[in-house]
Design a protein around this ligand. Sequence first.
Ligand SMILES: Cc1ncc(COP(=O)(O)O)c(C=O)c1O
Length: 917
Amino acid sequence: MRVNCNHPLNNLTKSMSDFVRRHIGPSEAEQTQMLNDLGLSSMDELIRQIVPDSILLRGDYKLPDGCSEQEALTELKEIAQQNIVKRSLIGQGYYGTITPPVILRNVFENPEWYTSYTPYQAEISQGRLEALFNFQTLITELTGLSIANASLLDEGTAAAEAMILAHSGSKKNVFLVDDKIFPQTLSVLETRAKPLGIEITLIDIEGSISLEKIDTAFGVLVQLPDNTGKIKQTEALLRIADVYKCMKIAIVDPMCQVLMKPVGEMGFDIAVGSMQRFGVPMGYGGPHAAFFAINEKYKRKIPGRIVGQSVDNQGNKALRLALQTREQHIRRDKATSNICTAQALLANIAGFYAAYHGSEGLKKIATRILKYRQVLIKAFKFTGTAVDDSEGFDTIRIKTNKKVDEFNMRYENGFVVFSIDELTSLDEIQRILDATCERQIDVRKVFESTETYKWFTIPERNKPWLTQEVFNSYHSETNMMRYIYELGSKDFSLVNGMIPLGSCTMKLNAASELMPVSWPEFANMHPFAPKEQTLGYDILINELKGWLCEITGFADVSLQPNAGSQGEYAGLLAIQEYHKSRGDDKRNVCLIPESAHGTNGASAVMAGMKVVTIKCDDNGNIDTNDLEKQAIMNTFELAAVMVTYPSTHGVFESTIKDICRIIHDNGGQVYLDGANLNAQVGLAKPCNYGADVCHMNLHKTFCIPHGGGGPGVGPIGVAEHLVPFMNQRVSAAEQGSASILPISWMYIRMMGGDGLQKASEVSLLSANWLANKIDPYFKVLYKAESGRVAHECIFDCRNLPVTAEDIAKRLMDYGFHAPTLSWPVSNTMMAEPTESESLNELQRFVDAMEMIGREIFTIPDIVKNAPHTESEVCGQWTHGYTREEACFPNRPKHKFWPAVSRINNAYGDRNLVCACS
Ligand SMILES: Cc1ncc(COP(=O)(O)O)c(C=O)c1O
């Protein structure tokens, strides 16, 4: 990979850019003071105590110098303008849509919404939990199925998750797939089916299906409308599938589903699809929220997160993540799926879009699309152009060899295929007709003479829907704006204070980094636009890849995985293919330390591997003796080890090179979980110390905001020998969540090589400073031999009269989001301050922890009853401590009130409610 260090602006910016000062919280003077507090005289001394000498980088690191926000924006604009944005009517899952400005400005571009984390701390996340609950309600209403999750990564992976769910527990291994499915979805299905031994058989859904074939199948998948635009008849198929206990899955276009009878009512067991055309820009393929809805009886098998209703300890309704025991972070390799980060922000946008339009508004949009299609079909017939008039929704196929310059369309075997959308107007239709027909025709006349179209054979939606209050109260901009802010004010995001979630790297997401995402050059690009129109994206992608290669030492990078979990999966597939290419096809054992993130085990199982767990020693480090023993015992079957570095325990283990050597000696490959890359950019390169492949979460280290649970980008870097195997189709779009890549580009460009190294150093300094200050009240569980931690540290809350959860909730009363709770060690808290938090904010956190440390022994009830809400304070006060002690312990400048008091999780799981009634 080529690294471009000759940026034209480099000459202007020789020293560290001003942006570095704005990104990094502690000033130079504060950094010196923090070093002094640790008894150190220089940053270098600290780094040498933390990063093992054997892996510490020495000068081998070439990135452009940093620059100011303005310079980077100017440079990126020049790149963006190399994209040619044409109206794309290519369809196939990606359509023109209007993001209502009230949603664009107040959700998409609002840090209250985009900087929050996955709602693990539900009491301070009620806003986005409600928005996701609305999304789930929308999906159940659209599909007619009773349970929906809070989004998946894209339509392709959602279809694959449906396939895997249908397969689980079945003895059959054939999956019948609509032969007119979108090609990218088929590619993802094929990738996911292969390691699990699932055989995909393509069938003509309306043709005669042999009973023999269906008897061998565990599931059947139908696309509605299909790749040709046709909405097929499925009654016969559904009846046969029922007889043969074959699970029925529909991929359905949600805008078409507005008019069509819900697929759940037709008899499908699962519905999946993409909510992109509900107000989310195409963005060259992503990010968009996929949906997954299912029959009640399979609710415990559903992949991804579900928001459910429960009650708080005041008896109020409250929302929180439901049924978490089926998720990867608890069930690990036994989980239903490896999904962790999903597409929360985009799901929320789609939910708001539906709330803004309501059922009538949505019907209007969908009906207009359907009528325009009818108008086009009629006009084509008038003009003698051969047109496919099968029943459909938005897609037209005409037989012509004309090419339409103004629009991007599909050209397939003598047919021109295009899909109309929310943006389509009569003027546009006129221009399409002018360009494709031999004879002139006035579209307005055709329009006026066309009745609102009614399908003949396709069952229509015929019951009232979206009757819930939320879909009927916010149709004016004033009301919608207020609703968005009402919800936003219930959520703790980076707008309110630090979010020291360990392993999550909640650093600054600078406004300048985010701005280009809304630029039309990036937002309005179709993923299948002709190559000559996407030059800007190509430049952006290549530069970013080059920089990531330079940072990690790898030979190449694939940006396709749209979350860390997908990077893990893609990396393991690359390893598998590599082994196979050498005739080593028995290698399927994956060693995973017991400290690993849940996604590691779940991804290995998805890749068809057998997981062998490796012990950790009393210091939390990988037990290298156990590792060596297992590597030798499995020497002929060893495929890989998955190791997180620095470890999930927040330590740079000094044995990392030995770990890599042991694995390589036994024929395995080293998969490095790079979620913790923020500790090592500019200080160590994973490829140099022995990793063969590594995923890096751009939504952690490289500033993509977490969006309340996604989007994310989880690219993999691979060593030279794995390059031929890295591009497996794991996401629907070739470049994954391309439209958010400008964020990471801006970050690296503005920070420059030195700035990035500085960021790593300060992240290490801040974590060590915090560890040192809090250790007297809550012992730091694991440290390296030098006594130092890496970029995060674990505070031990065991053997106390209260639990770590109590402390996490009490931190809310102090105006903080808790650190990561009970992971990787139960009843502990793992804090990662990042480099972006100021010394003031760190000190505020230390003070809070110190005060809580005392309260635990003086007034333990205040901790156990936390958090305390505004309504509780205004009601009858029965506690043995004062209202002031409860709610204003640290006299905050601005009090952040938890919206509800402590939530009863078990109650919600026993009485699952995951959609508005
Ligand atoms: C160590 C580690 N590995 C993997 C992941 C999974 O990443 P993602 O949530 O993007 O799927 C995480 C996410 O928190 C993590 O902390």
